[in-house]
Ligand binder design. Structure first.
Ligand SMILES: [Zn+2]
Length: 142
């Protein structure tokens, strides 16, 4: 038996899922292969530890059920419209994660979404100025 085959059989061996012939071949290999024998000891110890954890009673922290129920009550019903502020917040958070930050001198960092926001505001101001100038020129020409 090869070591790789032996390793593949160890869990089934511990679980008692191997047939007589497979057990005999595995035990023969374990008898002369210290690596696989060590692997079996480690696996058995790990399984023992996991089994002990499985018997540990776990209790939720005090007030857990009340916090879950309060959280559920605060959640909007599925399919109901979300408040605009929440949609904007989520969109900005998504943009923040996707675009990241730019490093500034002095070790500070600025979110790329803020730069885009400022650029859009500047473009809007410039465009508003152009339209206002165009309206004033048109008013003078009449
Ligand atoms: Zn081996």
């Amino acid at each position: 038996m090869e070591c790789t085959h032996c390793h593949g059989q160890l869990n089934r061996y511990i679980d008692g899922e191997l047939g007589y012939v497979e057990v005999a071949e595995l035990q023969q290999h374990l008898g002369f292969c210290p690596d696989c024998a060590a692997e079996l000891r480690e696996l058995s110890a790990l399984r023992g530890t996991l089994a002990a954890w499985g018997g540990t009673a776990l209790a939720p922290s005090p007030g857990f059920a009340e916090r879950v129920m309060a959280g559920l009550a605060a959640e909007p019903a599925p399919g109901s419209p979300r408040p605009l502020g929440q949609v904007v917040d989520e969109t900005l958070d998504t943009l923040d994660r996707a675009l990241g930050h730019l490093p500034l001198p002095g070790g500070r960092r600025i979110p790329v979404k803020n730069l885009i926001g400022w650029a859009l505001a500047v473009i809007a101001l410039v465009e508003a100025g152009r339209r206002r100038g165009r309206r004033e020129r048109e008013a003078r020409s009449w």
